[in-house]
Design a protein around this ligand. Sequence first.
Ligand code: AMP
Length: 278
Amino acid sequence: MKVITSVPEWKALRPKLPASLGLIPTMGFLHEGHLALVRRARAENEAAVAWIFVNPKQFGQGEDFTTYPRDIERDLHLLEGERVDYVLAPTVEGVYGPGFQTYVNVEELSKPLEGVTRPGHFRGVATVVAKMFCLTQPRRAYFGQKDAQQCAVVKRMTEDLGLLLEVVVCPTVREPDGLAMSSRNVYLQPGEREAATVLYRALQGVAQAFRAGERRTENLRQLLLATVASEPLGTVDYAAVTDPETFAAIERLGARGLALLAVKFGKTRLIDNIELTP
Ligand code: AMP
C-alpha cells in the first residue's frame, strides 16, 4: 500500500495507474461502514484508492472541524488490512492552494434538510468531491447511503458536469443494535449511546407504516417525531419524509420514499435514513 500526501506526487503517479480505479472518499477515523466501501471498491476495480481528508470547507462556523476525530495511523493500519493499493491523504494547503477560488454548487438539492442546518455544507462537499474526482480520475467512486442527501448531490454533480465515472451507493452499515456507524459516534456519552438507537427504531417504524399502506408524508413524519420524542436525551434537528430522488417536500409518496432524521444528543449530531419500499 502506497501512502501519498503530496498532491504533485499523486499527479505524477496517476497516469501510470490503471483506468479502472475505485475511489473511496472519506474523512478518516475509519469504521466498518467505510471498510465495506473499500471492499466493494477492491472487488470491482483493478486498483483501489482511499482518500482521507477532513475537508474544512464542508464545516460551518462553530461546527466540529477542529475536534473531528482523527487517527491516521489506525486508518492506515485498517486500510493495509483491506489491501488497499493507494491512500491519498493530502494536506489542506495541498487541496486548497493559495488563490483557490473555484467552487461547485449543486443548487436545489443542497437547499433542504442538511442544507438548512448546515448552510454551505454541500458547496464544500461538492467542491472537494469535484477536486478529488479530477485528481484521481476514478472509474467508480463509492459512497454510503447513510449520507443520502450527499449521495444525491454527488450524483447530480457527476451527471451535470458530464464526469466519466460511476457513483456507487452502498448500504448503511449498522451496529448490532441498529445505530448507523459513524466516526462521530465516539463523541456519544454512555447514556447517549443507548439513546441514539432511537433513530433506527423511528425509521423502522416508518418503514413498517409505509409497507402497511400509509402514504401521507405528514403522518409518517409525525410517527418519526413521536418515536424520537420518547427518548428524552435526543433533540430533533429535522425529521422528513420525501421523494427519494428530489428530496422535495410532497404530500403523498408514490411507490418509494425516503425517511430522514437528524437528532442531537448533547453536542453530537447524528443523521440516518431509511428507504421506503412496498
Ligand atoms: P465520512 O468519513 O463520514 O465522510 O464518510 C465517508 C464515506 O463513508 C461516505 O460516503 C459515507 O456515506 C460513508 N459511510 C459513513 N458511514 C457509513 C455507514 N455506517 N455505512 C455505509 N457507509 C458509510
